[in-house]
Design a protein around this ligand. Structure first.
Ligand code: NAI
Length: 779
């Protein structure tokens, strides 16, 4: 015990440990845990120990969930589903309120349990994790109350399988369970193997409040248990974890019809401009990367600082770094606790030494780390080039790289030099600059002059390889509801075709009738130099170009060059769409005749004109929202186009099907590579004249005809295609979902439908993704 004199000299905080006795008694009472299935705990089976990472001591033993356990849990959830979904929203809301209240009552207990199991400082579990988890249940109790009114005609998916990581165990559970239950789903949740305890305490709360049995089931275990859940008879999988496992799950669910949302890794930029409040930005770094030992998917782990202030900023940051207190997570004065597991500690060490080997310098305080447990001192890797592994790989530990930039354009370029797109933090007192950069960074969440802000009312989720789908707020509810889908209309299989050499352009002819693709606003010969015959009932109607991988690649390149389209105002895009509508109207008779000749409904032509007017009307009306989150923070949800989209159109309605998919996509600012109906692509290729005369910039719509599924596969595999829509049979749908796993592009696969009815807001929301921007005001 230091003397008062000593304390006054050092001004050191004394230890202020939170008592773990209540939690230890609770653990002792239980000893081994079984799963929570159908409202009760199963007998504990073979399993593994969960340890306190700060000491290495065993806290409890949990059961390794087998495929049979998963099956039993899914069956219980299935049995409970109809009754739970059949309750009024108000009835479900009461259960969610009760859960929130009970969590609140046991908040301190849960905070200590979380800290013991995960190693995070008690200050974080007490002030962040648990309050946010509680807020989530209250917020979603509200959604349960309002679901029928706010989401008319929507239905729950049924049984949801949910797999969560170890970095925010109870909070991740809340993010997943609360909206699922509010929407009327039942769940089977698998917590992470390192941190299952708060989920098991949560199970007790479910039992305590009398939640109907089977509505929430919790099965503990490792990745194999998770994989069994993915394969089980569930209707939706919601996963948070590594990008690598996200990819495995994307492939495993492809073609199964299971809905999927993925919240994956990140390598988020933290951008400091010369006019930033540097002290605030330094504290921002503390939150962004040293908070939770850097074990945060949205950690601002790449600090990009303007050269003009780099020296000053680094000096202040290093000074702050040396003052961080690393140690006992239960001590209320601790800034940084333990790393969740020795495996994770080894991974951090490995990546940091790779970073050093590749030329970066590690700045780390001479902190005395506790002798026992998994600890890693906070660090900065300076001079890490963009290609350095430490700049590229997610370290998932308390180490950030620090690099400089000269201009805002360079900052954006560096920020976007990553395959991830989860979050970004931007520091500047100039709101014009900050918003400009926020619009340009590829990230699902952007914090201006703040970082790591979360709220149940705001969407959270990534772009690119950080996954798809949003958690929180209205968009999070939508992830647990089925949008009404029109009835499927079976489609005849497109006839096989034989390729043949394309006729050469007659050198003297005034009109070139060689079949052409439409790429970058120009007609282009297919790379194959070949065509195929379009015939109806044995009668030849013409030749279509035989597109190939190479043509798709060219089209993607052309689409990327047309990036200006997404930056235009909705009004300007509307003008072009109106123009398309008018030009189509002028030629509607001609299109109708062609459709008739090809054995299709000539009414498609008129309907296509109407569709163009319809999406012109929408081009400037899909509003975003200002979310109700924290005081003194504007939280904006902005709709952004995906960028470059691939669209494989239905064979059934060669003109209207094409228009119904391509028009909403471009109305929202996307550029499209469309593969039209294989059996009758000429309707679409004929549109090039309409596009040309309507001032549609080259590259916004690119048309590649040929074997639809082969071309769709190339699009699904293409890393520079951000989203993919596919209409076709089950094999094609499975193929597109599986092949899109490479860059984890968002997909929408659909059966053929009645295209006369196929328009509406759903097409527009599918053509956009939400970027949430947080802007604090006041102090
Ligand atoms: P992980 O992705 O392996 O584990 C996350 C969850 O998925 C756990 O519950 C795990 O049991 C389960 N799982 C593992 N393999 C599975 C499979 N084949 N099928 C279904 N479920 C499976 O992540 P891990 O190993 O815990 O951490 C590795 C890296 O992942 C970290 O270093 C970090 O980079 C990243 N990560 C990202 C998180 C995020 O919030 N985005 C959270 C945790 C980890």
């Amino acid at each position: 015990m230091p003397t008062v004199k000593e304390i006054l000299e050092t001004m050191d905080y004394g230890p202020a440990p939170e008592s773990a006795s209540e939690v230890m008694a609770w653990l002792k009472d239980r000893d081994d845990f079984g799963h929570f299935i159908d409202g009760g705990f199963t007998k504990p089976g073979d399993g593994f120990a969960t340890e306190n990472p700060a000491t290495g001591e065993v806290l409890a033993k949990v059961t390794q969930g087998s495929a049979q356990d998963i099956e039993a849990a899914v069956k219980a959830a299935r049995r409970a589903a109809p009754k739970w979904a059949g309750l009024s929203g108000h009835e479900r809301a009461k259960y969610l309120y009760a859960i929130a209240r009970h969590l609140q009552k046991r908040a301190r207990f849960l905070a200590v349990l979380e800290t013991l199991d995960n190693g995070k400082p008690i200050r974080e579990s007490r002030d962040i994790d648990i309050p946010l988890a509680i807020r989530h249940f209250y917020h979603h109790a509200g959604w349960a109350e309002l679901v029928a009114e706010e989401f008319p005609n929507h239905a729950p998916h049924g049984v949801c399988g949910q797999i969560i990581p170890w970095n925010f165990p109870l909070l991740m559970l809340a993010w997943k369970v609360a909206p699922a239950l509010a929407a009327g789903n039942t769940v089977v949740l698998k917590p992470a193997e390192y941190t299952p305890l708060t989920a098991l305490a949560f199970a007790e709360i479910c039992a305590e409040i009398g939640l109907p049995k089977g509505v929430v089931n919790i099965v503990t275990g490792d990745g194999a248990t998770g994989a069994a859940l993915v394969d089980a008879e569930v209707d939706k999988i919601a996963f948070t974890g590594s990008t690598e496992v996200g990819r495995i799950i994307r492939r495993a669910t492809a073609g199964t019809g299971k809905a999927l949302t993925l919240e994956l890794g990140g390598k988020s930029p933290f951008i400091v401009f010369p006019d930033a409040d540097l002290d605030a930005a330094v504290e921002g770094v503390v939150d962004a990367i040293w908070f939770n030992q850097g074990q945060v998917c949205c950690a601002g782990s790449r600090i990009l600082v303007s050269e003009a202030v780099a020296q000053e900023f680094t000096a202040r940051l290093t000074a702050r770094l040396h003052k961080l207190r690393v140690g006992d997570p239960l001590d209320k004065c601790t800034d940084m606790g333990a790393i969740v597991h020795p495996t994770q500690l080894a991974r951090i060490r490995e990546l940091v030494s790779q970073g050093e080997a590749a030329g970066a310098t590690l700045v780390q305080p001479e902190t005395q780390l506790p002798a026992k447990g998994s600890f890693f001192a906070p660090g900065l890797l300076t001079g890490a080039e963009p290609a350095n592994p430490a700049s590229v790989e997610e370290i998932f530990g308390p180490v950030a790289t620090l690099t400089t930039f000269r201009t805002p354009a360079e900052a954006v370029q560096l920020a976007n030099t990553t395959r991830y797109g989860l979050s970004a933090s931007i520091w500047s007192e100039n709101v014009t600059l900050a918003m400009d950069i926020a619009a340009q960074v590829k990230a699902g969440v952007v914090w201006i002059n703040c970082t790591n802000q979360f709220d149940a009312g705001a969407g959270f989720g990534g772009m690119r390889e950080s996954g798809f789908g949003r958690e929180g707020g209205r968009e999070g509810m939508l992830a647990y509801l089925k949008t009404p889908e029109p009835k499927a209309k079976p489609e005849a299989k497109a006839p096989d075709f034989a390729a043949q050499p394309s006729p050469d352009t007659p050198s003297t002819a005034t009109i070139d009738r060689t079949p052409k693709l439409y790429i970058g606003g120009k007609q282009a010969r297919p790379d194959s130099g070949q065509s195929y015959t379009i015939a109806v009932k044995g009668r030849e109607l013409g030749l279509a170009p035989l597109g190939s991988r190479k043509d798709i690649r060219n089209a993607v390149e052309a689409a990327h060059k047309a990036g200006g389209w997404g930056k235009q105002t909705g009004h300007n895009r509307a003008q072009v769409l109106y123009y398309i509508a008018e030009n189509l109207a002028a030629r509607a008779g001609e299109f109708a005749a062609r459709l008739k000749e090809a054995g299709h409904d000539p009414k498609e032509a008129e309907a296509t004109v109407q569709r163009a007017f319809y999406y012109a009307a929408w081009a400037d009306k899909l509003d975003g929202a200002v979310k109700s989150t924290q005081s003194a923070k504007v939280t904006v949800a902005m709709n952004e186009p995906w960028g470059v989209m691939g669209i494989a159109c239905p064979d059934a309605a060669p003109l209207l099907g094409f228009a119904s998919l391509v028009l909403p996509a471009i109305a929202m600012g996307n550029r499209v590579i469309a593969v039209p109906a294989q059996s009758m692509p000429l309707m679409a290729t004929d549109l090039y004249q309409v596009f040309d005369t309507s001032d549609l910039p080259g590259g916004v719509v690119n048309i590649v005809t040929g074997p639809r599924d082969e071309l769709a596969k190339t699009l699904a595999q293409h890393d520079d295609v951000a989203a993919m829509w596919y209409c076709g049979g089950p094999e094609g749908r499975a193929m597109v979902e599986a092949e899109s796993a490479g860059n984890l592009k968002a997909t929408w696969v659909m059966e053929n439908r009645d295209w006369a009815q196929a328009q509406g807001r759903a097409f527009l929301t599918r053509a956009t993704q939400i970027k949430t921007i947080w802007v604090p005001y006041g102090e």
